[in-house]
Design a protein around this ligand. Structure first.
Ligand code: NAD
Length: 353
């Protein structure tokens, strides 16, 4: 099949990790007889340098005309002193908004081979972790009415509408159907009216997914359960504020920033896929960056935007095999392992495909 992919290498280590990941995708194309048509576009610092804006309109247009977007990372010290609305990060927020990306998917995966990087006790993590946090990204308290009464008071309103909750809940249940068929809804329904409303909408959606088990946790309990019994979770669905905090907590229990992918999804299958880490200017252009977060972001793109589950599973399996063979970039290196650079890690994964 033919697919159009918009590619934003970005800044710092962005071009290195994206370049390596596209070689993995090329191998998938060859092996499974697909055509991936890449269009490289600018955003962030590279766009500021070339076009004096962190998000050229052409980038938005090309992304919207594609089946999916692959992003490296944006930003770096070179652009730290440009005005707020022209900073690379402003380009990223504007890009997510322009593409209508309302669902943020953050898997927290701990491979058996990297158990030593996990801050939790071995008996808690067993043979690894695989949790998916589905966070609502464009509503709730971050986008509600806000105000300030001088020195006396300030407020931010947490509001959700029915369509906003129904669509994020549906996303979470669809994802659970492709995984272990369990959804944990996280809210604060014992205190907040908005959470009671949110919960009733989630329960409504659950009726359409009889195969998926649904349970509810209050956010304070969920934060605790993530560190004492993380294996109980499959898919967690939650609002913008709670999701911001819980997705960081969930990803950090795996201990390695260079390993974790993410997806931001719009209606239908369109999405943008990127590693959770930044542009790592301290190691840029040194062949030191771990490309695995971006390579597994490509696997997410195949799974969620292009419906190529078999191909996505092949990438995940090749990554795991490469780790089992003992190859490590500097960020995940431990004694007895073989140290490799960005390019070599990519080559080993391709060999294992
Ligand atoms: P960072 O994630 O870039 O780096 C934090 C630390 O992790 C550094 O020591 C870095 O070397 C290391 N690291 C990150 N990714 C790695 C990888 N793939 N392999 C090996 N080591 C890796 O965070 P930061 O230093 O706070 O930010 C640097 C720049 O990135 C800033 O300009 C920031 O605004 C930007 N940023 C961009 C995004 C994004 O594009 N989504 C996200 C976060 C930060």
């Amino acid at each position: 099949m033919n697919f159009k992919i918009a590619v934003i290498p970005g800044d710092g280590i962005g071009p290195e990790i994206v370049g390596t990941s596209l070689k993995v995708l090329d191998k998938i194309a060859e092996k499974y007889d697909h055509v991936f048509d890449y269009t490289e576009v600018l955003a962030g610092g590279a766009a500021i340098d070339a076009c004096d804006t962190p998000l050229p309109q052409e980038t938005v247009d090309i992304c919207l005309a594609s089946d999916a977007v692959l992003l490296g990372a944006l930003g770096g010290p070179k652009w730290d002193n440009v005005p707020g609305d022209k900073r690379p990060e402003a380009g990223l927020l504007a890009l997510r908004k322009s593409l209508g990306l309302y669902a943020n998917l953050r898997p927290a995966i701990l491979f058996d081979e990297l158990k030593a990087s996990c801050p939790l006790k071995p008996e808690i993590i067993g043979n690894g972790l695989d949790i998916m946090v589905v966070r609502e990204l464009t509503g709730g308290i971050y986008f509600g009415e806000k105000g300030r009464d001088g020195e006396n008071a300030a407020w931010d309103i947490m509001k959700y509408t029915r369509p906003e909750v129904l669509r994020i809940a549906r996303k979470a249940f669809d994802i659970a159907m492709k995984r272990n068929k369990k959804v944990t809804n996280v809210d604060k329904a014992n205190v907040l009216e908005v959470s009671r409303f949110w919960r009733s909408c989630v329960e409504e959606v659950a009726k359409d997914y009889p195969e998926v088990e649904l349970n509810h946790l209050y956010v304070d309990n969920a934060a605790m359960q993530l560190v004492i019994n993380p294996k109980q979770f499959d898919v967690i669905v939650t609002g913008n504020l709670f999701g911001d905090i819980l997705s960081d907590e969930a990803s950090m229990i795996t201990g390695s920033i260079g390993m974790l992918p993410s997806a931001s999804m719009a209606d239908g299958k369109f999405g943008m896929f990127e590693p959770i880490h930044g542009s790592a200017p301290d190691i840029a252009n040194q062949n030191k960056a771990n490309p695995i977060a971006t390579i597994v972001s490509v696997a997410m793109m195949l799974r969620y935007s292009l419906d190529l589950t078999k191909e996505a599973n092949a990438i995940d399996a090749a990554v795991q095999k490469t780790l089992a063979q003992g190859y490590r970039t500097g960020d995940i290196f431990s004694d007895g392992m073989t140290l490799v650079g960005t390019i070599e890690m990519g080559q080993k994964i391709i060999e294992n495909l």
